[in-house]
Design a protein around this ligand. Structure first.
Ligand SMILES: CC(C)(COP(=O)(O)OP(=O)(O)OC[C@H]1O[C@@H](n2cnc3c(N)ncnc32)[C@H](O)[C@@H]1OP(=O)(O)O)[C@@H](O)C(=O)NCCC(=O)NCCS
Length: 181
């Protein structure tokens, strides 16, 4: 691999915010309007520092350059940054509830090189080692292509309200992670 994975730290936060904005503005452009992307960057997309504190958010880096990020969570919040609405930090019961897959973003210059897949495999393995047998997430349309290729099943798309009168299409997805395929 031309990159390594490591846990994100709070010191990465400014780099992550920059990466997430660049990733969204380029890689989401075929699926969403600029207004949708800019509104999503104010809450639906971004860093959730709780994941960094929990040690469940990862970066892919080459040298000192961060090329991608993504994580999982043992908490109830399904998506969104620190600025997102409807956050719920209560802990899930791994015996009965699915872990959440959270906030995957790859540098557009390094898209389709396996970074998203590697981050997802790491998250699933970590969640499995914490006792979870299922994972779920709320995917963007670009994200649904990655997760679909990794065995996630889509439910009916939802139209999430970003701002009054402005919605965005997301896809709820889920997968059994109880065994390694
Ligand atoms: C979704 C995203 C994280 C994927 O990251 P990535 O590193 O480019 O993905 P990978 O290279 O690991 O792709 C793994 C597989 O997913 C599928 N896939 C990923 N991107 C795809 C695309 N644009 N079109 C079709 N299939 C795609 C392919 O099957 C691919 O395997 P292949 O390249 O061997 O055909 C990246 O496109 C991104 O950052 N998008 C913008 C932000 C976003 O929407 N994030 C998702 C939040 S839920």
């Amino acid at each position: 691999m031309f990159f390594q994975l490591r846990k994100a730290t709070l010191a990465d936060q400014a780099h992550l915010e920059d990466l997430i904005a660049r990733s969204s503005r380029t890689l989401c452009a075929p699926d969403y309007t600029p207004d949708q992307i800019e509104a999503a960057l104010r809450g639906a997309f971004g860093v959730d520092t709780q994941l960094i504190i929990d040690g469940t958010y990862f970066v892919a880096e080459s040298g000192r350059e961060i090329l991608g990020c993504g994580g999982w969570s043992r908490r109830r919040t399904l998506f969104g940054s620190d600025a997102g609405t409807g956050r719920d930090g209560t802990e899930l019961d791994p015996r009965t509830e699915p872990a959440k897959i959270r906030a995957f973003f790859v540098d557009p210059a390094h898209a389709r090189r396996g970074i998203g897949r590697a981050l997802l495999e790491r998250c699933e393995a970590d969640a499995r080692s914490h006792g979870f047998s299922r994972a779920e997430l709320m995917a963007t349309l670009p994200g649904a292509r990655l997760y679909g290729s990794m065995g996630y099943t889509a439910r009916s798309p939802v139209h999430y309200e970003l701002d009054p009168g402005l919605t965005i299409e997301f896809v709820p997805m889920h997968k059994s992670i109880s065994r390694v395929d």
